[in-house]
Design a protein around this ligand. Sequence first.
Ligand code: MN3
Length: 208
Amino acid sequence: MTHYPFELPPLPYAYDALEPYIDTLTMELHHDRHLKTYTDNLNAALKDHPEYHSWSLEKLITGANWLPEALRTPVKNNAGGVYNHVFFFSNLTPEQGLHPDEALLEAIDSAFGGFEEMTKAFATEAAAVFGSGYAWLAADAKGGLTIVKTANQDTLLTRGLFPVICIDVWEHAYYLKHYNKRAGYIQDWVHIVNWETANTYFKAAQAR
Ligand code: MN3
């Protein structure tokens, strides 16, 4: 995952690991088709531009405006698609009983008044994404926490925010099981958030 040609990153657990909250077929399609398509399209866009073959995924996203105009949109959409999905999948786990560590919990308390309040605010924000996109719990440069929405495959990399957790609310993430009921998907997702990786991401954000 360092630079071109980008490889499809493996799913960090089995396709059926997140049952019954996210079904096996959804995970298979989401990883093997949707993420694969973003990866393939990113490589296809860069194929005839060897001058960018050493650029990392992050550099392609944050430096997209320096690319030739014809490359900007395909790179933004597909590099963003790869980056967001890798983050999203890393932030899910079949392991139950994980929780935010002391530092993250403190930041959650101070920003939202408690874990329950944060979860409620997060669900509201995720439900409010119009069309396709993501909701994020993110750390700002001062280590404070905020909840933000992004559209399509926009990332937080260009906003000075560091993601801690995220939910993909594109319909492909839930339609087979939850149909049009995004709220049901969000309620299920709460059970499989990987608070271990969230703790790690928050710590990394604070270290910057
Ligand atoms: Mn997706």
